[in-house]
Design a protein. Structure first.
Length: 94
């Protein structure tokens, strides 16, 4: 499962701008907020390519950073953050 930076930030107990700022300080994101080392960090982060059609401007392309499932714990370690406790799953209790 992949998360946007916003979803990853909320899971780490941060805001999206704060997470991005911390990641840039640690050299994990470049100035375009994409992974600074996409090959090295490929197990944790990836670049998502997107596109859409605009009436006047034609095809528009964008890129964004996605955090892979193992990337949440990795980000917490890289940024020196404590992961919030995972709530117990009581769905299987009768």
């Amino acid at each position: 499962m992949e998360r946007t930076l916003s979803q990853a930030a909320s899971q780490l107990g941060l805001t999206r701008p704060k997470l991005m700022s911390l990641m840039r300080e640690k050299g994990l994101l470049n100035e375009r907020n994409l992974p600074a080392y996409p090959t090295r960090d490929r197990d944790f982060l990836r670049i998502k390519d997107g596109h859409w059609y605009h009436e006047q401007l034609g095809m528009q392309y964008n890129q964004s950073t996605r955090v892979k499932q193992p990337g949440i714990r990795w980000l917490a370690e890289q940024l020196g953050l404590e992961l919030p406790a995972i709530p117990a799953d009581n769905r299987d209790v009768a």
